[in-house]
Design a protein around this ligand. Sequence first.
Ligand SMILES: C[S@@+](CC[C@H](N)C(=O)[O-])C[C@H]1O[C@@H](n2cnc3c(N)ncnc32)[C@H](O)[C@@H]1O
Length: 195
Amino acid sequence: MLLTVVLSLVLVMIVLVGMGVALYIPLRIVSLLISDYFGAPFEPLAMDLVRKSLQLIGPQPGQRILDMGSGDARVLIEAVRQYQMQAVGYELAWYPYLVSFIRLHYLKLWSEITIVFANFFKADLTTFDVVMSYQEPPEILLLRDKYLREMPDHAWLISPRFKVPDWPVTRSDTSGQYPIYVYAMGTIRQELKFA
Ligand SMILES: C[S@@+](CC[C@H](N)C(=O)[O-])C[C@H]1O[C@@H](n2cnc3c(N)ncnc32)[C@H](O)[C@@H]1O
């Protein structure tokens, strides 16, 4: 009798795990395709580069940071924990969104960090002091005008790995796996004579 119950439980668990895996794989693939279609794929920035990115601009407590495609929220978590910034992320793919949701709950940071499940092209950048944009060249080209139109003069744009085409780099760090490029929006507007 006991053996039958144990065997039944094991069978149920095997079926549940199998269903979980069978569901997870296609959903993970769909998530990857969404990331890739709308922007850069989910490739979290190495933590040392996250730290270097923020060190380059020296954020102040209370300043607002927006991560365009916030992935697992590592940039936002670092910004809140190390610099007491106010942090918002936009994330469109369900898998990184779910990972960030779980991480923020586990770290009890859900009330301090807002992750919007939406396309970052819909984000209003006018109230942010820092914008993190770890995207690939095609999206950077599309986003460039939005940054020029919406970001305040005093704000910083951080672009890991890829430069913003035709923009003079304000600061950079090339000591890590990828270079980090940082742009002071006021300077960029002056240099480009953008009214
Ligand atoms: C290279 S990862 C960067 C993740 C994170 N910012 C980091 O530095 O670790 C790019 C992220 O952007 C997200 N993404 C791509 N296109 C997007 C879009 N149009 N709107 C919102 N998120 C997008 C992807 O799903 C992915 O999580």
